[in-house]
Ligand binder design. Structure first.
Ligand SMILES: *[C@@H]1O[C@H](CO)[C@@H](O)[C@H](O)[C@H]1NC(C)=O
Ligand SMILES: *[C@@H]1O[C@H](CO)[C@@H](O)[C@H](O)[C@H]1NC(C)=O
Ligand SMILES: *[C@@H]1O[C@H](CO)[C@@H](O)[C@H](O)[C@H]1NC(C)=O
Ligand SMILES: *[C@@H]1O[C@H](CO)[C@@H](O)[C@H](O)[C@H]1NC(C)=O
Length: 445
């Protein structure tokens, strides 16, 4: 045997070699085919986890089951019923049957309380939906009992904020910042840093633009020791940037600040080109924002000149957009919305740390908001109004309502593409402001 192998080794090799090579080729082809077939595209990281629950998976925002506006009456949820009546009231085709629609609902509403007719008498809370209300949380109950009222007088107004020697100014950017009576430090830090009123140069473009800042406040029960009211009055006299309305400043009443601000805007500052709306615990890179807005405005003007459309306003809305969120059904969270109040998905909306929209859109939002029933979460309400206008909010990666990664926060260059970060304390705002000076010189080479 040994001998046979020895003398036939060469022969064997010569015979086997083609088979082996063909075999290798086959294996190669098979592997190639297999790899091609089993190739999976890279997973796209899911960034936006809405602060609501999601039934599909804890990690991903859920998919919408249907469109946001629904012609069908969802009669088991209060907001949907009211909105249904409201849609009918304002829809020229369906008009006239608004009260009929409300009569059909399971939740017994007063037929006169159709849709969004403003009515400040809290009759919903007193008897008509009493049973539904009993099961709701305190803040939900408080909201429902006043949700048809949007008439609140000014305690402090600033009629002259956008006037200069009797003529209406056209600020490039009006910053409307939601604040609370007690947040004196936040307001001061904002005035000293990113919210400074006056001409602001851009980061690259020296041209910059005029910025005006105003703070939006409700009313808080202050204890007699800290006399917030007098302090606020003094603050307003000194800086002339406080707007205060006579309603209770609670989380579920924040929507009122948007609605009432739009009214103020229309009356006192309608020529502002852009509006920033945000909270008093964010940090904004105003110079970079001013550059961005100047560019948008120039492009819009060029486009207008090119198309001869002189009366078409700019529809710009940017922020950190959250898609396909569902209402939060966890009663222990502050975003909790019970099923008896709202059914359905939320429209695309932007996280509330801060958003920017055009002044012409602010005027349209003011009009449309009269036709959208108030909703307790202000960001979602804004999304609802946009959806009703047919305006899609644009996502901008510079808006970080969920902040930078923790390791990056101390690194100034990490902020170079940031327009807004949430959240920063007054002290951090001032530190960051000084830290980010001359960012361009240091990081943009
Ligand atoms: C409105 O209601 C009336 C009767 O109440 C009915 O005849 C009419 O068809 C309804 N219109 C619409 C558009 O549903
Ligand atoms: C304000 O306007 C009046 C008349 O319109 C004018 O006489 C005056 O010079 C203006 N003042 C300033 C500071 O521009
Ligand atoms: C909102 O403000 C009104 C007026 O002050 C008040 O009656 C209502 O209870 C407040 N709503 C909430 C949810 O706190
Ligand atoms: C815009 O108007 C000018 C003059 O009025 C005209 O010559 C031009 O053709 C118009 N352009 C368009 C796109 O309509």
């Amino acid at each position: 045997m040994g001998k046979f192998c020895k003398c036939n080794g060469r022969l064997l090799c010569m015979c086997l070699l083609p088979f082996m090579m063909t075999g290798h080729l086959l294996v190669y082809i098979l592997v190639t085919i297999f790899v091609t077939i089993s190739y999976a595209p890279p997973k796209i990281p899911v960034h936006f986890i809405a602060p609501g629950s999601s039934s599909n998976s804890a990690k991903m925002a859920s998919h919408p089951l249907n469109a946001f506006w629904n012609l069908r009456l969802i009669d088991s949820a209060l907001w949907n019923s009211l909105q249904h009546g409201c849609d009918r009231l304002y829809n020229p085709i369906l008009r006239g049957n608004a009260s009929m629609a409300v009569q059909q609902t399971k939740i017994k509403l007063d037929p006169s309380s159709v849709g969004c007719v403003s009515n400040c008498i809290p009759e919903i809370g007193s008897h008509t939906v009493a049973n539904e209300l009993k099961a709701m949380s305190d803040q939900m109950r408080a909201f429902v009992s006043s949700m048809r009222c949007r008439e609140y007088p000014y305690i402090i107004n600033q009629p002259g904020l956008c006037y200069n020697n009797e003529t209406l100014d056209t600020p490039l950017l009006l910053m409307a910042i939601k604040s609370q009576m007690g947040n004196f430090e936040n307001r001061q830090a904002i005035r000293d840093t990113w919210g400074r009123s006056g001409h602001v140069s851009g980061e690259y473009n020296i041209r910059g633009g005029l910025v005006r800042t105003v703070f939006l406040l409700g009313k808080q029960d202050s204890n007699p020791k800290s006399n917030f009211h007098d302090l606020l009055q003094k603050e307003s006299e000194k800086y002339g940037d406080i707007l205060q309305w006579d309603f209770k400043d609670t989380f579920f009443n924040l929507t009122l600040k948007d609605v009432l601000f739009w009214r103020w805007f229309k009356q006192y500052c309608p020529k502002a080109i852009f509006v920033f709306k945000g909270d008093d615990d964010v940090f904004v890179r105003t110079d970079a924002l001013v550059d961005f807005l100047n560019k948008q405005w120039e492009e819009h003007n060029l486009w207008q000149a090119y198309t001869n459309e002189t009366d078409k306003g700019l529809d710009l809305f940017i922020g950190e957009v959250i898609y396909n969120a569902k209402p939060n059904r966890d009663p222990s969270t502050k975003y909790f919305i019970p099923g008896s109040f709202y059914q359905g998905v939320y429209p695309a909306y932007a996280g509330g740390g801060g958003v920017v929209y055009s002044g012409s859109l602010a005027l349209r939002l003011k009009e449309i908001s009269d036709k959208v029933s108030l909703f307790p979460i202000d960001d979602v309400y804004l999304g609802m109004c946009l959806s009703k206008l047919g305006v899609v909010p644009s996502h901008h990666p510079g808006f970080l309502t969920f902040d930078l990664p923790i390791t990056q926060r101390g690194n100034p260059c990490a902020y170079k593409s940031v327009l807004l970060v949430h959240r920063r304390s007054p002290r951090e705002m001032v530190a960051l402001w000084n830290h980010l000076r001359n960012l361009r010189m240091r990081c943009f080479r």
